[in-house]
Design a protein around this ligand. Sequence first.
Ligand SMILES: C[S@@+](CC[C@H](N)C(=O)[O-])C[C@H]1O[C@@H](n2cnc3c(N)ncnc32)[C@H](O)[C@@H]1O
Length: 640
Amino acid sequence: MSSRTSTLLTITGISLCGLIAYAVYFDYRRRNDAAFRKDIRKQKKRVDKSLAQSREALAAANTVSEADLREALKLIRSEPPLSSQEAKENYFMSQVAMGEQLAARGESFQLPAALSFYRALLVYPSAPELLAIYEKTVPPPIVKIVLDLVNLDASTTSVTYRQPGAAHPPRPPRRNGTGSLTQARKLPLLPDHVEQGEKRCHVATIYIHLLVIYLYWPRITTVLAYYNAFPPKRTNVSVQPRALTSDASGPQRVLILNKDVAAGEVIYKEYPMLTCLDYDLQSAGTHCAHCLRKIEPALGSIPLTSSDSIKTIFCSKPCQLASKTQWHSFLFTLDPPLPAVLELAQLTPSPAALDARRAAQVRLSTYLNKDKKVGAALVAKFIARQLTASLGKAPGTPDYTEADGGEYRIEDYVERWSMGTVNAPPEEYSLFVSLLQTTLPGLEAFIGEEIHKMLLQKLTFNAFGVCFGGGRDNRPPSTVRPEDVELTRTPYGTERQIGTALYSVSAYLSHSCAPNARPSFASGTSELHLIANKDLKKGDELTIAYVDVAQHAEENAASCRLRRRKELARGWKFACQCSRCVKEGSENVPPPAMHPQDLHDYCSFPLSLPPFQEMRNLKDDPCQSLAARTGLCHSERQID
Ligand SMILES: C[S@@+](CC[C@H](N)C(=O)[O-])C[C@H]1O[C@@H](n2cnc3c(N)ncnc32)[C@H](O)[C@@H]1O
């Protein structure tokens, strides 16, 4: 030990001894000397009084009168409205930043700080959620002023009044969640759901309520700064609002390159948040059900032991463990769905309950298997992953976070994705509910049909098809109408994929028929490598092909254009305006003749399928007359 260290320790030791000695002496006199005790009481009263006086004086100096608030509201109401989404987002960020700076300047800046936070609230899509965030992060006197402003605004709003960018002043949360994950997060706070659960008088239900409250409560620090921390710097890309043009359709956000890259270079690599092996391959046992790697028989595989209701194998122990803890136990086994549940004796299921759980799993698996319903599997896995990530963490399976310094979970990414318009068959939701009811009773109260639909729309819309090499050619054909086939983004075509995966960064890639980048699965797993198709410059928007854009031997430019635009219209509901489509569209080359006896010559519906047989007998354009009667065929309106 150096002499300096020992001197410090000696000084510290003496000081501590002195303090202890004084405390002992003080305590001795307090207990034994009545006059000393009286004196202390007097002193304490004096100090308390003086403290109370200074608090009152301080409060009086900082009280914001109703007149001040009315004046402030008048000012805010006179500000011009914001029209675009981008302007609202910028406004929101600047007001929050200003609020924070003003709040840090002390008590005399509380009103201006509150005004900034209030302005941000007016343009935020979910005011109750932001208020909850403020309550955790903003000094309480400022939050109080914000709440006073909200109340005053609500009590004095006239119908013609418009806030900057906001149609209405903030409202309390709606009672039934519809439309967004943000609302899903607030469900546990809604009394009608809590009452519903309590009526069941079920210990498990109450436990599930607590679990969901914990799970959905937003992690305060991460919400506002999302796009600062995401995507991580190592990906060399950023997510930016699409430059506004006269065309209002198109992606809201796009991926922009942050540095120059050469053709063939890997721009970034990304692990999936969630994977789904195609069901036929899962049954065949040819691929790992977690990373989707092809199983090499010589190297062996690891089965999922314990009551697996589907035949599942993995390439390695880590994949088995990850899959088991993230969703497999929850969805496809009779094991406790979450490790935390193990400890609750009252949740030990009866044999009848286990039978019901197994039956629900088998029903869902059968449904998934038919017509490759990957959307339903993605939703089930998403819910399972959310729950297990929060409460069922096992060693070696860290929660998903793909950001610089931000702690994000899967729902934080999905919440911000755009969604398509998928309509799930009605039985899909009831299968899902019966799985939840038999696995963690009570959970289903929080995932209504609307939330289920919203998840389905987001997950299927943003899913990627995983293909190795050029993909496979033995995927079982679908028996549903072409328009109802679930499509995933893959330049090889969904019918060549071996599975589906969701990626937090790549979700933002938009489509071009002449893409400047391509996804590759060169590691032989679902890890996505984004490769530059040509030399690219910092600031370029990255695009990939959502569909197979290659012109095949039997096609000419026009029929290739028609095929890919049809697929884009069916899967992603947009008419591509890329340079290639525009150029080829202007060349007016007629597509080669098709086979009218098999396919409708415009939308290529197989007319032999039962619903379309009647179309053969129609004299006029079958697509149009069918569309007029049933709305079934609308491709022609979407693609050209
Ligand atoms: C999977 S999402 C893409 C996500 C997107 N980056 C976003 O969050 O806004 C697919 C949707 O993006 C839009 N999109 C992508 N590429 C497009 C393009 N080239 N032209 C028009 N819309 C496009 C379409 O609305 C499409 O349905």
